[in-house]
Design a binder for this molecule. Sequence first.
Ligand SMILES: Cc1ncc(COP(=O)(O)O)c(C=O)c1O
Length: 387
Amino acid sequence: MLDERFFDEGLNRVGSDCIKWDACRREHGENTLPMWVADMDFKSPPEVTRALMERAQHPTYGYTEVTAADHEALCAFWKRRHGLEVAHEDIVMLPCVVTGMKIALQALTEPGDAVIYQPPVYGPFSMSVESTGRTAMEAPLKRDEKGYYTMDLEAVEQCCRNGAKLMLLCSPHNPVGRCWTKEELTALVDVLRKYEVILVSDEIHADFVFAPSVFTPALALGYDRTVSLAAASKTFNLAGLQQSVCLCPNAELREKLNATVNATGVTTGNIFALTATRAAYQYGDEWLDGLIAYLAGNIREMEACTAELLPGAVLTPMEATYLAWLDLRAWGLSTEEIMKRCEKTGVAFTGGTFFSKELGDGFVRVNLGCPRRNIREAMKRLQAALN
Ligand SMILES: Cc1ncc(COP(=O)(O)O)c(C=O)c1O
């Protein structure tokens, strides 16, 4: 396992055209510390870089096939890390997870059909429903005074009764950091099964789960109208390469997904995306175990900084993801005002309203995928912005 020094070192990403640092500094100022978009400031596994360099040295880059080795690497990883058996034929290759969400909506529902999701949740859930001409049906999460979130199954069932056709689940959940338990997921699926509502589970954060929580894949729940969306991109910081998958054991649904992929002209087969993804799945375990241990330390640092510097804030307990959900409503400011003030003190977060205009106002999401020292610095800048 890689030790903390590897992650403490981080790396200078300025000037690499990365959205997190370069676009952010262009918009908010040169000294801004970016704690926003879910992208990490660590070197990807050295095995990935090596594989990319080797491939780049073969000096031609023609049409490339997706091979059994690509599928095999993914299947072995999911079996090893999450105990899930994936058959090669269940895999639909896609460029990114949000593409998968939009493909699933177009393939498995009709224009105008109602789609359930649970705000506050990653903004592209509602945006995808809107952009594909489907109708949003919200079943907001419940929140207790400690900031811990749970599903409102009665609200989900009401949506089902009102005719919803599909549910978009975020598992683990961004931004509220829940790793849904097997019991919670089973109860959810029992409701969906009753009304034959299709489950599309976005599992891009599956690998960021902290003990004692354990990730349960939606495909392990035994509901045959389930599709899951997954990628190595978040886990190994490869999002710029654009490679993801949709996993669908149900042949009838998969046929529809493939037909929509075909009709919309989405293609995969980027040489470098395939090379990097395969290497990450095959050889990334040691790096990933080191990363998870390091991120667990970052979460403890975030808890300590919040208690010390922002005693009025409520930090949602984190079971999963490297994204902290911070309730700053004690200051009585809108997210917009908080973000404006943060621009002055040199720190950028993702505003809570990206996840829900109503339920996220007065919140920010803090990206902890960075060297530990940046967390204290960011929280000091947030404290200065608020006080
Ligand atoms: C829950 C969730 N889904 C999807 C994505 C984006 O994935 P992609 O870049 O593959 O579309 C993110 C990125 O932060 C995310 O948090």
